[in-house]
Design a protein around this ligand. Structure first.
Ligand code: PEP
Ligand code: MG
Length: 550
């Protein structure tokens, strides 16, 4: 008899397969007395050697940056100085092997941090070596992403950006997480990879390795041991979904009203597939990817090289580069000033630029240098802008660097309420519905428990989108959406009806959005938008629109 767990669906796909759980990092057990020190030291050396071999094997199978990182980790694990130091802790300090390896790696870590620069950036890699060695010594499953040797449904408490960088889309069929909301990291990643996902699924804690599950994002459900008829129905639905999304070319309604379709780019690893997607360019390049996991900002040259790769890949198309959006869920030690009680309400986004102007200046200089002669139509935009004066200052700094087109993101209600002044202060507006929902409803976007408030169909959110669109239209300035709302094909129709001139989403979502727009004339989109705006809540808005769409 099958059983279904519910959560928050991301996307509309389905997939069926065996569960493989992401093992949590091991915890150190209580210290124990060592009876046979030489045997303890042997076990420790064997564990480190096995970790080195395992990492070398992974390095050989990877390419690019991932291969470099894995080789460096393998070398650290194989370093005889590390094994000798840990063995000495066993013989001289009577530590057991797990505590000896933990202490030795902690000392290595401090040494790297003290050396600073590149070495300090490698310190986090040692944590992985420690976790792997501990798991071997304690007989626990290897931490991090599973590798069962066949395609699987990845189940985790939550996915961190670092985990996801190593995720192999050819092996992962779907994602299920216990935590997370509709606009959190996992949801954004699932869309970028085109994977069905159910997040905020608390009961997923009960799922065990090898159980067969049917993940149905449209139904926001995870069915355990589904019966064959349910799997067949899901497969048929998936086939119809893919068949619907066969169109190509620029986004437009059935009567030819243009709505540019753009891609969101979250990192250089996604560049090749993003550039290959049928789009009019990049609507949101999240440049944080160049800064995360580092102890200092990348130098101008390095940034310029990265931007140049993106611009060249999108030559002939537009690329909107969002300047660094640090803080809140993306803390960066060299930008943010230390722990804050409410980081989402703290010094984040453009607010960091007032405190560390050299970061913004270097970034704008690198973007301008990379843009020159690249063939891409490069624009820049600032995150988390709260005052029209901030938008004007940003546009002025961009122009000083020779970047003529500068925009502001509308992510806080203050910006939507005064959208006309914002539109006057810069060249375009881009609505970040993820943060705009978070701040409009005072609901942490990472909290699955508040998914109802974060639902982009909430009429209050749509009202702010409508106000921003009106302001843009009054001043003849483009207004787009680059938050996750743009990835929902039914909502895309509403956003077009509200007056959006572009929609930017993960590449895998664009075909369905294109098809949804192409199915209706603009007048009908406007009618449906009015219907959604008039609804009392998100669920009713969605239901009313669905009923009209048949
Ligand atoms: C948003 O807030 O909607 C947005 C696009 O920015 P991010 O998700 O990167 O915060
Ligand atoms: Mg945002």
């Amino acid at each position: 008899m099958s059983r279904a767990l519910s959560g928050i669906g991301v996307g509309s796909g389905t997939a069926c397969g065996p569960v493989a759980r992401m093992a949590p990092p091991p915890t150190l057990p209580a210290a124990r007395a060592v009876a046979d020190a030489p045997a303890e030291a042997r076990a420790l050396r064997e564990a480190l050697a096995a970790v080195a071999a395992e990492l070398s094997e992974h390095a050989a199978a990877a390419d690019g940056t991932a291969a470099d990182v894995l080789s460096a980790q393998a070398m650290m694990a194989a370093d005889p100085a590390l094994a000798d130091m840990a063995a000495a802790l066993i013989s001289d300090n009577a530590l057991d092997a797990p505590h000896a390896v933990d202490r030795a790696l902690a000392d290595f870590r401090s040494g790297l941090l003290a050396a600073g620069g590149y070495f300090a950036e490698r310190a986090a890699d040692l944590d992985d070596v420690r976790d792997r060695a501990l798991c071997r010594l304690l007989g626990r499953p290897r931490p991090g992403l599973p590798d069962p040797g066949h395609p699987y449904v990845l189940v985790a408490e939550e996915l961190a950006p670092a985990d996801t960088a190593r995720l192999d889309p050819a092996q992962v069929l779907a994602l299920v997480t216990e935590r997370g909301g509709p606009t959190g990291h996992t949801a954004i990643l699932a869309k970028a990879l085109g994977l069905p996902a159910v997040v905020g699924c608390t009961a997923a804690a009960t799922l065990t390795d090898g159980q067969t599950v049917l993940v149905d994002a449209a139904e926001a459900a995870v069915e355990i041991d589904p019966d064959p008829a349910a799997v067949q129905r899901a497969r048929d639905r998936e086939r119809r979904r893919r068949a619907r999304a066969q169109g190509a070319g620029p986004g437009r309604t059935s009567d030819g009203h243009p709505v540019a379709l753009l891609v969101n780019l979250g990192g250089l690893a996604e560049l090749e597939s993003a550039a290959a997607a049928d789009s009019e360019g990049v609507g949101l390049f999240r440049t944080e990817c160049l800064f995360l996991d580092r102890t200092e900002a990348p130098a101008l040259d390095e940034q310029q090289d990265s931007y140049r790769r993106v611009f060249t890949a999108f030559a002939g198309r537009r690329v909107i580069v969002r300047t660094l959006d640090a803080g809140a869920d993306k803390p960066l030690p060299f930008v943010t000033s230390g722990p804050e009680e409410n980081p989402a309400l703290g010094v984040r986004g453009l607010r960091t630029a007032a405190r560390a102007p050299e970061l913004l200046e270097t970034q704008l200089a690198a973007i301008a240098a990379a843009a020159a002669g690249s063939g891409a139509q490069v624009r820049v935009m600032a995150p988390m802008v709260s005052l029209p004066g901030e938008a004007a200052w940003f546009a002025e700094r961009a122009r000083a660097h020779g970047l003529p087109l500068a925009g502001a993101m509308v992510e806080v209600p203050a910006a939507a309420l005064r959208a006309e002044r914002f539109a006057a202060a810069c060249d375009f507006l881009s609505i970040g519905t993820n943060d705009l929902a978070q701040y409009t409803f005072a609901a942490d976007r990472a909290l699955g428990a508040l998914a109802e408030l974060l639902d982009p169909w909430q009429p209050a959110l749509l009202q702010l989108v409508a106000a921003t669109a009106r302001a843009g239209a009054a001043l003849g300035k483009p207004v787009g959406v680059c938050g996750e709302a743009a990835a929902d094909p039914e909502l895309a129709v509403i956003l077009a009806g509200l007056g959006m001139t572009s929609l930017s989403a993960a590449p895998a979502c664009l075909p369905e959005v294109r098809a949804a727009l192409a199915a209706l004339p603009m007048a009908h989109c406007r009618e449906l938008a009015a219907l959604a705006l008039d609804a009392p809540d998100a669920a009713t808005a969605r239901a009313r629109v669905r009923e009209h769409l048949g």
